[in-house]
Design a protein around this ligand. Structure first.
Ligand SMILES: *Cc1c(COP(=O)(O)O)cnc(C)c1O
Length: 350
């Protein structure tokens, strides 16, 4: 750190992304990417002509992609915001709506407290229930910025739409962000509530279910007024924050929805067979609506399982937070990758 850094950033603890080691080929089950490639039409949309057009700026209004998403979700383009990954949108939300403070679960996406610190937002972390579900009643009548990942990460557990609606109703003076990064893997989306609740911001991503993590594309649904706030911040930060190639691929992705629904279905099936295999080996596996499982075993620490798997070429995600340090978060890969993982775990437990 230099002596020039503004004081308020000196104590900031940056987010630690999942490791992306380059020393060998791993089976990557640590950052919840899709094991499948994008749809054929998405791959075919990329060509040298598009690369040559990179000399031109991208469309800051992202018109084509917004229209494709509007059609897919029966919304109007004014209800849609797009940005460089959903992390970017979450960042904007803390920047825009954190004035009265923020609340979110103690065990959730690790970026929320970082954004809060970055923007000087006071925050409160609400403990998950003993069974690791979100205690939604603690979020009633707070009138602050409320941020809930649904399904939650790294647990994979969801709360129901009725709980979300109660939170929305009882917080008329606070924005409620529902982070639906994993909703396509079996959760229930609340996005249709945006017409009825002016305080609802639904944040989503192309990174997980749309096989485009490296493309960096996030989107949000809300009423036109909230979207206008986010646009104002975007135009005050980086108007061209989505590159041309990603805009193009995003549009093709929206049009190829059937392919992604099928792939999500395959991932859900693999998740269920993997959960069963882990349980047969003595793991406790939390119920998951996401493309990962959160599991612990009474005979081996989370840290040890993580490092033994890494030695064997398999990366999973281990968190050091006290309450979840016995767990590992395992991304669902292809059936073959999961079989390899299961047999390596058997070997480790022997
Ligand atoms: C992966 C993830 C994100 C970030 O997604 P990007 O669009 O790749 O920035 C946001 N929220 C949660 C809960 C996630 O797990």
């Amino acid at each position: 750190m230099s002596r020039f850094l503004k004081e308020r950033y000196q104590a900031l603890e940056a987010y630690t992304p999942g490791e992306q080691p380059r020393d060998m080929e791993y089976i990557k089950l640590n950052t919840n990417e899709s094991p499948y490639p994008p749809a054929p039409a998405v791959v075919a949309a990329m060509n040298s002509g598009e690369i040559e057009r990179l000399r031109l700026y991208s469309d800051p209004t992202a018109k084509g992609l917004k229209e494709a998403l509007a059609e897919l979700y029966s919304l109007s383009a004014e209800q849609i915001f797009l940005s460089n990954g959903s992390d970017d949108i979450l960042n904007f939300a803390f920047m825009a709506y954190g004035q009265k403070g923020a609340i979110f679960p103690d065990i959730t996406y690790g970026f929320y407290p970082v954004f809060a610190q970055l923007h000087g937002v006071e925050y409160q972390e609400i403990p998950l229930e003993p069974n690791f579900s979100v205690n939604y009643k603690a979020y009633l009548n707070q009138n602050k910025l409320i941020v809930i990942a649904n399904p939650n990460a790294p647990t994979g557990m969801s709360i129901g739409l009725d709980a979300i609606e109660e939170i929305l109703k009882s917080n008329p003076d606070g924005v409620v962000v529902i982070d639906e990064a994993y909703v396509d893997f079996g959760g229930k989306s609340c996005y249709k509530l945006i017409d009825r609740y002016e305080n609802l911001l639904v944040v989503r991503t192309f990174s997980k279910s749309r096989c485009l993590a490296g493309g960096r594309l996030g989107y949000a649904f809300a009423n036109a007024a909230l979207i206008a706030d986010l646009e104002k911040i975007k135009y005050s930060t980086n108007p061209y924050n989505i590159n041309r190639l990603t805009l193009l691929l995003g549009k093709e992705t929206a049009k190829a929805d059937a392919y992604y629904t099928e792939k999500c279905g395959e991932i859900i099936k693999t998740r269920e067979t993997t959960a069963q295999a882990l349980e047969e080996m003595g793991f406790e596996v939390l119920p998951s609506d996401a493309n990962f499982l959160f599991a612990r075993h009474p005979k081996i620490s989370g840290e040890q399982l993580y490092s033994e798997l890494k030695k064997r070429g398999i990366l999973v995600r281990h968190f050091t937070k006290e309450r979840i340090k016995d767990f590992n978060r395992i991304t669902i890969g292809t059936p073959k990758e999961m079989q390899t993982m299961i047999s390596k775990i058997k070997e480790i437990l022997l």
